[in-house]
Design a protein around this ligand. Structure first.
Ligand code: GDP
Length: 365
């Protein structure tokens, strides 16, 4: 499954946020393919389309799609030189698909800050620098190899070297690899380097519990927003402490507590949706009487591979898929009505699944 790593300096609220994530925890029986590990929290992706579909087909249950948050502790200044949990920390980041960077925007005199004062931009830069230094190391090693290989006169390595040089120039200017524009072909060239700073990032601005409903009034959040806008990243203001309290509640109690706080929804739900978007994912649905369920695919996935997310047998024996778009189905009001309108399509192996497609797979066993 896809995953998001939670990073940040010590004492910014990572563990508090991660605890809220595991508390809110998904029903693990629904997600047997997810990792069981104390550092991994499985979250369900809130999606209001599920309820609309359930209103149409009245299933026994609704199952949202899920992804994983990984708690990546142990970053300190000097990690790229192996300090703290240095190398282990970097290896853990290599494995995730996107990064949620928690920054401290709450003032609390009882809780020390590693660098002595609240300065979220400086915090971000400390971490980014460690990631950049680690990437410079990977890129330089590969450049050496490309140079050696190029002596054989192979054009492929000249192209590789050119891409590496562009990334190297950005990194040495303290810019992340994701700031370098790469074609799909060039992305493929650097993919197996698993660069840390090429991964998409969003900033979770952790504010004081008294500011949960009005986080944008916090001047630190404003600074993080400006910083993030300049690099094209998102910011989700959140109060980790409040989230850990919300996560202990359910149903009515949760709704009442949110209302008291003046919140429409929990910060965690906002964070989950932002992270899902950051991962560049699409959702398709299956809608039967047993269950209405959301499934996650990457953009560009074709029908047989989308079917494999449910079961590998579905891909192996794939014949075709019956597809209706979510909007058409909801407008029609029922499967039968959508069929009558000619909106239920039969699609083959080359069909690229769209976000919101409601799919029924036909396959041989
Ligand atoms: P980590 O080192 O980044 O994992 O940080 P922790 O989650 O352990 O938090 C460090 C300290 O800050 C703990 O004492 C938390 O209770 C406190 N803390 C975290 N978030 C908040 C918050 O939103 N408000 C306040 N007042 N304290 C917080």
């Amino acid at each position: 499954p896809l995953s998001c790593g939670i990073v940040g300096l010590p004492n910014v609220g990572k563990s508090t946020l991660f605890n809220a994530i595991t508390q809110a925890g998904a029903e693990s029986a629904n997600y047997p393919f997810c990792t069981i590990d104390p550092n991994v929290g499985v979250v369900e992706v809130p999606d209001e389309r599920l309820q609309k579909l359930a209103d149409i087909v009245t299933p026994n249950r609704i199952v949202p799609t899920a992804f994983e948050f990984v708690d990546i502790a142990g970053l300190v200044k000097g990690a790229s030189r192996g300090e703290g949990l240095g190398n282990k920390f970097l290896a853990n980041i290599r494995e995730v698909d996107a990064i949620v960077h928690v920054v401290r925007c709450f003032v609390d005199e009882n809780i020390t800050h590693v660098s002595g004062k609240i300065d979220p931009i400086n915090d971000i830069e400390v971490i980014n620098l460690e990631l950049i230094l680690a990437d410079i190391d990977s890129v330089e090693k590969r450049m050496d190899r490309s140079r050696k290989n190029m002596k054989g006169g192979d054009k492929k390595y000249a192209q590789e070297l050119e891409v590496l040089e562009r990334i190297h120039a950005a990194l040495t200017a303290e810019k992340p690899a994701r700031s370098v524009e790469l074609s799909d072909e060039e992305k493929l060239i650097v993919r197996d380097l698993h660069l840390l700073t090429i991964k998409p990032v969003l900033y979770a601005a952790n504010v004081h519990e008294s500011e949960a409903a009005n986080a944008d009034a916090n001047e630190y959040v404003e600074r993080v927003r400006r910083f993030a806008a300049a690099e094209g990243s998102e910011v989700v203001p959140i109060s980790a402490k409040v989230e850990s309290e919300i996560a202990e509640l359910e149903g009515e109690d949760k709704a009442m507590f949110l209302e008291e706080l003046g919140l429409q929804e929990s910060g965690l739900d906002r964070l989950i949706r932002a992270a899902y978007k950051l991962l560049g994912l699409y959702t398709y649905f299956t809608a039967g009487v047993q269950e209405v369920r959301a499934w996650t695919i990457r953009k560009g996935t074709k029908a047989p591979q989308a079917a494999a997310v449910i079961h590998t047998d579905f891909e192996r024996g794939f014949i075709r898929a019956e597809v209706v778009s979510y909007d058409d189905l909801v407008a029609a009001g029922s499967m039968a009505a959508a069929r009558d309108k000619g909106q239920l399509r039969l699609e083959g192996k080359e069909y690229v699944v769209a976000d919101g497609d409601v799919m029924h797979f036909r396959f041989n066993v």
